[in-house]
Ligand binder design. Structure first.
Ligand SMILES: Cc1cc2nc3c(=O)[nH]c(=O)nc-3n(C[C@H](O)[C@H](O)[C@H](O)COP(=O)(O)O)c2cc1C
Length: 383
């Protein structure tokens, strides 16, 4: 295989196409097709657009030819899995597994489908989203709407046969509906989805930190509850590595207590972290807007936790860093803090789909500038 970076013509086409996408998204698509609608409508239309375009092979070919930047410096092996690049879609945008073919052709290293739950969920009452462009952020209050893990994980399994390079991860969470019971019921709910996921994705992410559910976060509020959950999950044999989606708003001591529990279980990775619940410094957000904040408000605190987690647990866990990544410099900072993988969502909405190419190309340049032969060599150098 020839890498794009090694073929000067392909490299020039890729760069020009990326610049064109950046310009078009900023000046045409975002103002006239996305931000002129409520975020809920724009979100639903985006999903419909993905469903329609993924079935048009020439379009997918054009997308891959123009946007998929490949470079050996970006290749990496994490938790026993080979990734073409360390960038992935974070959980939440593709809850029902509608986007793998599109994201594969666009050049994502991996995507996290879900979060999905044992029972299909309608989610919270609308609106689910509010835009906060002044903070490069989105207020999110979806509440785990999805088609249910039976359906969604079957789609993940099928999608694996349709993607070329991208790895598929599935995020499982606890159902958010009126049937929710006590802690034991919650554990059983995770176990049902974990059994469905066994052997059917490259990775599984266990989301214990959704801020938008009726039952709250019992598994991040108590290390004992977390221990019970993973004792039950340990009994489910699975070939793929497991990550845990961690909460952002914990003191380091609280965070460490949770990691100490996970260290005794069948868990290989930590995804740091979920949405920002703290609105300090953002007094203009209306009080009746419910939900957690994505984007820039997650960035600095997330990096700090990644750094500390890498310093103390870098030998035990791989870290997937997520929150507020819009530029290659920000992705690089997450890697230097200790992330082996980097995920994002908000940048797609605020900057456009070519963000994946901008990040890959920019990261390759930064690594080369600083003398790293591989992205893995830069992991944790600032920790
Ligand atoms: C639209 C949307 C839906 C989300 N839903 C989920 C979810 O279902 N499960 C989850 O673990 N995180 C969810 N998140 C959180 C993201 O995975 C991510 O942790 C957070 O948005 C920070 O990344 P970003 O700044 O790149 O958006 C969601 C975020 C957004 C924006």
């Amino acid at each position: 295989m020839t890498y794009v970076c090694e073929n000067s013509l392909h490299d020039a086409v890729n760069k020009a196409a990326t610049d064109l996408f950046t310009f078009s998204y900023k000046h045409v698509v975002k103002p006239h097709f996305v931000f002129n609608k409520t975020p809920d409508v724009a979100h639903d239309q985006m999903i419909e657009f993905c469903k329609a375009t993924r079935n048009i092979p020439p379009l997918m070919w054009a997308l891959r030819s123009m946007l998929n930047y490949t470079d050996p410096i970006l290749e990496t092996d994490v938790m026993g899995i080979h990734f073409d690049n360390p960038f992935g879609l974070s959980a939440g945008l593709d809850k029902d597994c509608d986007m793998p073919v599109l994201l594969d052709n666009a050049g994502f290293g991996f995507e996290t489908v879900g979060s999905t739950t044992s029972r299909p969920c309608l989610g919270n009452p609308r609106p689910w989203f509010h835009r906060l462009p002044e903070y490069d952020s989105m207020m999110v209050h979806v509440g785990l709407a999805n088609d249910g893990s039976n359906e969604v994980i079957s789609r993940v399994d099928q999608a694996r046969g349709h993607v070329k390079d991208m790895k598929l991860s599935v995020s499982i969470a606890r159902s958010n509906d009126q049937l929710c019971g006590d802690l034991e019921e919650g554990i059983e709910d995770y176990c049902i989805s974990m059994k469905r996921a066994t052997g059917r994705s490259a990775m599984v992410e266990v989301n214990i930190s959704c801020p938008n559910t009726a039952v709250g976060e019992p598994f991040t509020d108590s290390p004992e509850a977390l221990d019970k959950l993973f004792t039950a999950l340990d009994k489910i044999e699975r070939p793929q590595p497991t990550l845990v989606k961690m909460p952002l708003n914990k003191t380091w001591d609280e965070f460490r207590e949770l990691i100490d529990v996970l260290a005794d279980h069948n868990v290989q990775g930590l995804t740091i972290a979920n949405l920002q619940k703290d609105r300090t410094g953002m007094p203009d957000i209306p009080r009746d807007w419910l939900g957690g904040l994505s984007g820039s408000p997650c960035y600095a605190l997330g990096n700090e936790i990644i750094r500390r987690a890498y310093r103390e647990y870098g030998q035990r866990f791989a870290i997937a860093g997520v929150g507020g990544v819009f530029t290659p410099e920000q992705a690089y900072a997450k890697i230097r803090a200790g992330s082996s993988l980097v995920m994002f969502i908000s940048a797609l909405m605020y900057r456009g789909p070519q963000t994946i190419t901008v990040l890959k190309r920019g990261l390759a340049d930064l690594l080369t500038r600083d003398g790293f032969a591989q992205v893995s060599d830069a992991v944790g150098v600032d920790a």
